[in-house]
Design a protein around this ligand. Structure first.
Ligand SMILES: CC(C)(COP(=O)(O)OP(=O)(O)OC[C@H]1O[C@@H](n2cnc3c(N)ncnc32)[C@H](O)[C@@H]1OP(=O)(O)O)[C@@H](O)C(=O)NCCC(=O)NCCS
Length: 198
């Protein structure tokens, strides 16, 4: 039997002041490249999002992230928003010799990030995901820096993101890149559990 349990998940709203930002060099790991936004890439962003978030804490906080259809719908909504910023939206692609399971002509996308303007000089970056196999190589860092650089060129002065406090790897990464916690939020989440696993 399955039960629903309402819980409050601690989240941080983190901010980076881009006006004081010292533009770093973006180091894209060998065998990877970053791909700028194009409307034909919405499905690729959705698929990488799904592959990156399924089974992770955020797919419990935002159930749509744990399903391909949910990620497709989310991606369609994001790109349709007035504030959608192609300059802050990137895919990472693996181009090394170990591409497996796909025809050579099919690109192996492995990381995603999107940006949305929330005010004339403010933007959010969101849904940063790297597929498990390619984590810990600097792809998340490269995606975030590419997005920040794009936003900096647009004159965005402040960038925000939200992260689940329990997601220590992500929180550490954002801190390393200069983001600081501006606010702590609590999001009500319905978590499903089975009787056996209570
Ligand atoms: C959070 C996430 C995007 C990070 O992606 P990533 O590609 O692993 O990030 P990076 O490789 O740039 O950085 C991760 C770690 O690898 C280290 N690293 C970076 N470049 C490296 C390299 N060349 N070699 C070895 N390690 C490296 C970083 O220092 C960092 O170390 P730390 O965890 O000890 O601080 C990824 O874990 C993810 O997709 N998680 C699931 C989805 C999610 O929760 N997203 C965040 C939502 S807010």
């Amino acid at each position: 039997m399955r039960f629903m349990n309402l819980q409050y998940v601690k989240r941080y709203r983190m901010e980076l002041d881009l006006r004081r930002w010292r533009r770093p060099r973006i180091e894209v790991p060998v065998d990877f490249r970053l791909v700028t936004w194009h409307p034909s890439l919405g499905q690729a962003h959705a698929e990488v999002k799904y592959a990156s978030f399924r089974g992770e804490i955020d797919s419990q906080v935002f159930p749509c992230l744990g399903e391909l259809e949910g990620c497709e719908q989310l991606m369609s909504e994001i790109e349709a928003r007035d504030g959608f910023l192609p300059e802050g939206t990137w895919l990472a692609q693996y181009i090394g010799s170990e591409c497996v399971g796909v025809e050579e002509s099919v690109p192996e996308y492995c990381g995603t990030i999107q940006a949305v303007r929330t005010h004339k000089t403010k933007a959010n970056i969101q849904n940063i995901g790297v597929v498990p196999y390619h984590r810990g190589r600097g792809i998340g860092t490269a995606l975030i820096l590419a997005s920040l650089l794009g936003l900096h060129h647009l004159g965005i002065g402040r960038v925000c993101l939200e992260v689940t406090a329990e997601n220590e790897a992500a929180v550490r990464l954002y801190r390393q890149l200069g983001f600081r916690t501006a606010r702590t939020l609590y999001k009500a989440v319905e978590l499903a559990y089975s009787e056996a696993g209570r």
